[in-house]
Structures are given as C-alpha cells and as structure tokens.
Design a protein around this ligand. Structure first.
Ligand code: AMP
Ligand code: ZN
Ligand code: FE
Ligand code: FE
Length: 285
C-alpha cells in the first residue's frame, strides 16, 4: 500500500490543478493521496471527482499555518468537516493575512532594485491561498532568480530582506480546532528547516499530553536520515503516529516527487478511524 499524505495543488502553491495532481498520483502508482493545500480545502471536491475516475483513494486534508512564539509551524489536519464554523473562520483569517502581505513584499523587492507590481503576482487561475512561492514565480518570470529555491535563499526566507510576517494560529489552538472539526492533527516536517527551535521535545510532549496531538510527519524530504531516526524514537515514546509523505508541489519543489515517502496502511487506517470517531471523515462516505 503506497499512500502519500502531503501534497499541494495550484489552489495553494503547487503547480498542478487538483485533478491533474490526482492523475499524476495514479500514474505514479500510488494507491492513495491526500491533498493538503495551505490553509484551504477548496481543491478537495475537484480532486475527489478525479479520484473516482482514476480509481485512486483521495484523502481530505489541509496544511495549516500555525506558530509558536512567532516561529512558523505547519500542521496537517485530515478529515475535518469543511463546513465547521470555527475552523472555516480561522482558515479565512490566515488566508487574508497571506493576501495582505503581498503588496509589502512587492514593495520591499522593488526597493531592493527588483521592480515588481502586484499584477505580476498573478497566481495561477484557481489559486485561493497566496504564498511566497507565487512571489518567487513572479521573480523568475522577470529573470531576477532562476528558481523558487533561489528566491527563498536570497530574499524570501524567514527574516530575509523581502520577508514580511503574517498571522498564523497558535499551534495548540489549531490542534484543538482540528479536533473540534472532527479531524486528526499531524505536525508537518516538525524538524525540517530549523523547526526544532519551535518544536523542542518537551513542547512536543506537551502537545501530545495536553492537546492529544495525533502524529508526527517523520519521513519528509526536509529531514535527513538521522533526524528521521530521532523523530521516530520520539514518536514511539510519546505514543504518536508516524507518517511519511512527499510534500509534492508539482514543478515548484523538484526534490519532492509524488510518492517519495509514503505512510503505512495501518497508520492511514488509524487516522481514518480517529476522524470517524470524532465525527469527521477523511473520505467521501
Ligand atoms: P508561505 O506559505 O508564504 O509562508 O511560503 C512557504 C511555502 O514556501 C511552503 O509551502 C514551502 O513549501 C515553500 N518553500 C519554503 N522554502 C522554500 C524553498 N527554499 N524553495 C521553494 N519553496 C519553498
Ligand atoms: Zn507549500
Ligand atoms: Fe509545510
Ligand atoms: Fe506542504
């Protein structure tokens, strides 16, 4: 059983429409795929319809922008009721923060000698969750940088010259919101890209004990082998489920091909069962 539990479509900062992503998952020989766009579930219905055509299992998800002490933390939420009021409102607030900061980033880049207009950051049709990768794409189109990677490394990284902060949900509150919406909560790439700062072992223990965090995404392209081994031991100690996924972004992150990492069938079954027990659903019923 090969199930990739973390992917992005052009509804956020992936490069393929949800249906195309599902076709690629089928072509890659995956049994299942979770669509986990940033701060939106808007791509799920399209992906689900194509999944029926392709005979692939589509799991519903969203990657929430959360934070601890201002440090960015990504939380994968699976099986939430898309109509849940509190969660819907919180996601809308986060997306508004994403959109609102783009003019400030454009102004910074222009001041740095890389003139950009808001109209250059015209995301792909269907994008509802704007992010730095869309600014990076505009920079690539202007010939300022060669890749999203280069745009992040030189200008857009946290604390970088063109970086602008935005609202994100406190991570413990996000976990509570997910559970109240019938979903399950798995921390995305917890120790990737300096994440260990925000998510030290004692805080992870606290999230597990006091907020019933469900799992850790251990197998992820941003974790080296040693990090994965350490996280696996920690998850075992804290009684957390272990997931693996590609964090596929289409052409936007070439290191992350679909199915690069997958999650065991037993863990997927457990996530599905927990969502069902909480009143949510990871799959159409
Ligand atoms: P934002 O959503 O605006 O906070 O931007 C973060 C997004 O950019 C995440 O989806 C990351 O996957 C992506 N990202 C972060 N660092 C890089 C990088 N070095 N190259 C390409 N994409 C990146
Ligand atoms: Zn992304
Ligand atoms: Fe992420
Ligand atoms: Fe992601």
């Amino acid at each position: 059983m090969r199930i990739d539990l973390h992917t992005h479509s052009a509804v956020s900062d992936g490069t393929d429409a949800p249906a195309e992503l599902v076709r690629q998952a089928a072509r890659a020989g995956l049994d299942g795929v979770a669509l986990t766009d940033h701060d939106t579930m808007a791509g799920i219905p399209e992906a689900d319809a194509e999944a029926i055509v392709q005979g692939v299992r589509l799991l519903s998800g969203v990657e929430m922008s959360t934070q601890r002490w201002g440090w960015s933390v990504h939380l994968l939420a699976y099986g939430c009721d898309p109509a849940n009021d509190a969660l819907t409102r919180e996601l809308a607030r986060v997306r508004a923060g994403r959109t609102d900061r783009v003019p400030a980033m454009v102004a910074r880049l222009t001041a740095l000698g890389l003139p950009l207009a808001m109209s250059d950051v015209a995301a792909t049709q269907g994008t509802v969750s704007l992010g730095r990768p869309h600014v990076a794409d505009a920079m690539i189109a202007k010939g300022y940088v060669a890749s999203r990677e280069e745009a992040f490394a030189r200008y857009l990284h946290e604390g970088g010259p063109a970086w602008v902060d935005r609202y994100a949900t406190p991570v413990a509150r996000a976990i509570d919101l997910v559970h109240a919406a019938g979903g399950v909560a798995v921390l995305a790439h917890p120790w990737g890209r300096g994440g260990q700062q925000a998510l030290d072992e004692s805080f992870l223990a606290e999230l597990a004990a006091d907020h019933a965090l469900d799992g850790l995404e251990v197998d992820h392209p941003d974790h080296d082998d040693e990090t994965r081994a350490r996280l696996r031991r920690l998850a075992d100690r804290l009684g957390l489920l272990v997931t693996g996924a590609s964090d596929h972004h289409g052409l936007g992150k070439t290191r992350n091909p679909l199915g690069r990492y997958t999650t065991s069938g037993e863990v997927v079954d457990e996530l599905v069962a927990r969502a069902r027990a909480r009143g949510g659903s990871m799959e159409r019923v």
